[in-house]
Ligand binder design. Structure first.
Ligand code: ADP
Ligand code: MG
Length: 262
């Protein structure tokens, strides 16, 4: 059966408009605008200190942006300036925004005193009030998805870095976010463990998970990203399909950066 064609334009899952953030006198994000479509993978690359983590942290409100707007599913969730006034979101809107975005960090940040399974069911039970049995069922399914069926009862210290990071990914997914944010998820791993985490992320991408990934893994960006964003000095210097940005960069700054990392 043929699917009906969508009529009109669909709203992007995430739209960032003119985002700004300073720490004291240092302007870390200057007028950052970006669109992320549902089901697409955006890889953000750029030198250390260019503002990549700050951008992700503003998205899920680990940092409060100074200005600009963040729209999730067409809904304004971030701060914006209107007539020179700063608009703050209600606590409820903030909670919704945070829940909509799962975040995976460079360090795995698992609860050390909980097993893999307990780590995964914690937020669904306490935050989403999911019944325990249901949360456990979903968690086992997620452990299977990240290839850790056998490790449900293992504590973080009994797991390798790659396994811990896969538990961390499962834990984020358990909240059923609309969007997954990854901040250099493989940078803290021994080289031989990077592949297993990237494989899980690639599988998520193939299943249609919307993802924003800050990474130095250029081969992952080339293979998996729909959109590559190059940041430098708090601005997006250029963005586009990987074949353009990574293979035929238009800007000298991008070329210099790529020459150093690839
Ligand atoms: P990246 O992730 O691209 O390496 P960051 O977003 O971590 O860059 O940092 C961008 C700049 O902002 C850096 O100069 C960093 O020192 C500064 N910065 C980040 N977080 C803070 C903070 N909480 N307080 C002060 N400066 C910060
Ligand atoms: Mg960073």
């Amino acid at each position: 059966m043929t699917q009906p064609r969508p009529t009109g334009k669909t709203v992007p899952l995430l739209r960032i408009v003119g985002l700004r953030k300073s720490f004291g006198p240092v302007e870390v994000l200057r007028d950052v605008s970006l669109v992320v479509e549902t089901g697409q993978v955006t890889c953000i690359v750029g030198p250390s200190g260019s503002g990549k983590s700050t951008l992700l942290r503003c998205l899920n409100r680990l940092e409060v942006p100074d200005g600009g707007a963040i729209y999730l599913d067409g809904l304004l969730v971030g701060v914006t300036e209107k007539n020179g006034r700063l608009y703050e979101m209600s606590p409820k809107a903030l909670a919704t925004q945070r829940q909509a975005m799962g975040m995976v960090f460079q360090g795995f940040h698992l609860f050390p005193h909980m097993t893999a399974l307990e780590n995964i069911i914690e937020a669904p039970i306490t935050v989403k009030k999911q019944p325990r049995e249901e949360a456990i069922r979903s968690a086992r399914e997620l452990l299977r998805k990240v290839g850790l069926t056998e490790k449900a009862d293992a504590y973080p210290q009994q797991l390798s870095g790659g396994q811990q990071q896969r538990v961390a990914i499962a834990r984020s997914l358990a909240m059923q976010p609309k969007l997954m944010l990854f901040d250099e998820p493989t940078s803290a791993l021994d080289p031989e463990l990077v592949g297993e985490v990237l494989a899980v992320m690639k599988q998520l991408a193939q299943e249609g998970t919307t993802m924003v990934v800050v990474t130095h893994e250029m081969s992952f960006a080339r293979d998996v990203a729909n959109q590559v964003v190059f940041m430098d000095g708090g601005v997006i210097v250029e963005s586009g399909p990987p074949a353009e940005v990574l293979s035929h960069p238009r800007h000298a700054r991008t070329r210099t950066f790529l020459a150093r990392v690839v």
